[in-house]
Ligand binder design. Sequence first.
Ligand SMILES: Cc1cc2nc3c(=O)[nH]c(=O)nc-3n(C[C@H](O)[C@H](O)[C@H](O)COP(=O)(O)OP(=O)(O)OC[C@H]3O[C@@H](n4cnc5c(N)ncnc54)[C@H](O)[C@@H]3O)c2cc1C
Length: 382
Amino acid sequence: MTDPVVIIGTGLAGYNLAREFRKLDGETPLLLISADDGRSYSKPMLSTGFAKSKDADGLSMAEPGAMADQLKAEIRTHTRISGIDPGHKRLWIGEEQVRYRDLILAWGAETVRVPIEGDAGDAVFPINDLEDYARFRAAAAGKRRVLILGAGLIGCEFANDMSLGGFEVELVAPCEQVMPTLLHPAAAAAVQAGLEGLGVRFHLGPVLNRLERAGEGLEAHLSDGSVIACDLVVSAVGLRPRTDLAAAAGLRINRGVVVDRELRTSHANIFALGDCAEVDGLNLLYVMPLMTSARALAQTLAGNPTAVSYGPMPVTVKTPVCPLVVSPPPLGMEGTWSVEGQGGDLKVLCHDAQGQLLGYALTGTAVMEKLALNRQLPPLLA
Ligand SMILES: Cc1cc2nc3c(=O)[nH]c(=O)nc-3n(C[C@H](O)[C@H](O)[C@H](O)COP(=O)(O)OP(=O)(O)OC[C@H]3O[C@@H](n4cnc5c(N)ncnc54)[C@H](O)[C@@H]3O)c2cc1C
């Protein structure tokens, strides 16, 4: 029997690739292996669950059995691969070996964990998949006060969502503004003001040093000496592409698993896409790049080698209190920023010396201009 195409991961990258592949090839055996429960869900919805009153079951779109039928695939859940042997085209699940025709790494990124002293480490919740979300929802039942660590896109989205869900939210991050790697300071100030209007209290500058139990709740001790009373802590301090197993197998890694424009790693029969992949130098942890990659890679796996190209990839940030769309300038391109508008309605543009639009951040009513601006942006990977 032919060895299967094996996909590691049943997140958006793994399932979208399987779906695209099955549009082109209904016969080749397909095996998906997932460390989690294999339910199909849209990860971006994790940060709108409270506002929409959706628990983890409510966010699940399909059970793995239904996905297996739909994809004509075998799906192994709660199964963590432990090694790859590229020379013999096989992988390891503990002692068990599984042979593959082609192997696709769609194993995502893991949450960065910061060391926190104190006796309440178990009250810190990263939320990076449906199972994390279920754990957090269970712990949050009947609780009122949430402390969020991190002022990046995900921390801000959770701050908005949990405020709308009725929580009192405090946010701590060691930076001067929200979304520092993504946003011009003017746009960041607009988002922060919007969230403050919802009641979110920001502590920008210090870090959380120690978390202690105090009666029914918790005391969070910050590095600036202040103490915040809360019931739960959500950690949103960053994501790191998973690369350990790839490195151990001798594949090239950098920030992510290094792949070329055909999504091929440094080994001919192993590919990567999604959060774990660094495509021609770009490691983009968003949905649009992985969907584009899935379509290109499905062609390659079906025998029609296809290079991926990325157009502009604007990101809609789910802070409805201050709508935000952002498209940072492509890597290595520098320009001059201008700010138009006032209050929460800003058009922040970045142009190069020739007047070419390189990137933007739009807040409030200015988000309506995104389609017109997208047409002027350069592609991220031409
Ligand atoms: C709260 C939140 C909100 C977001 N909002 C947006 C948004 O609005 N817009 C946007 O574009 N992006 C958003 N993102 C990012 C986007 O969701 C991700 O880029 C995308 O879902 C990543 O998909 P993935 O399949 O690459 O990884 P994942 O979904 O992380 O899937 C990885 C899979 O690999 C499996 N796995 C890992 N290791 C192993 C192993 N050793 N063996 C077997 N299986 C393994 C896991 O179990 C899982 O099934 C958001 C992310 C978060 C956390």
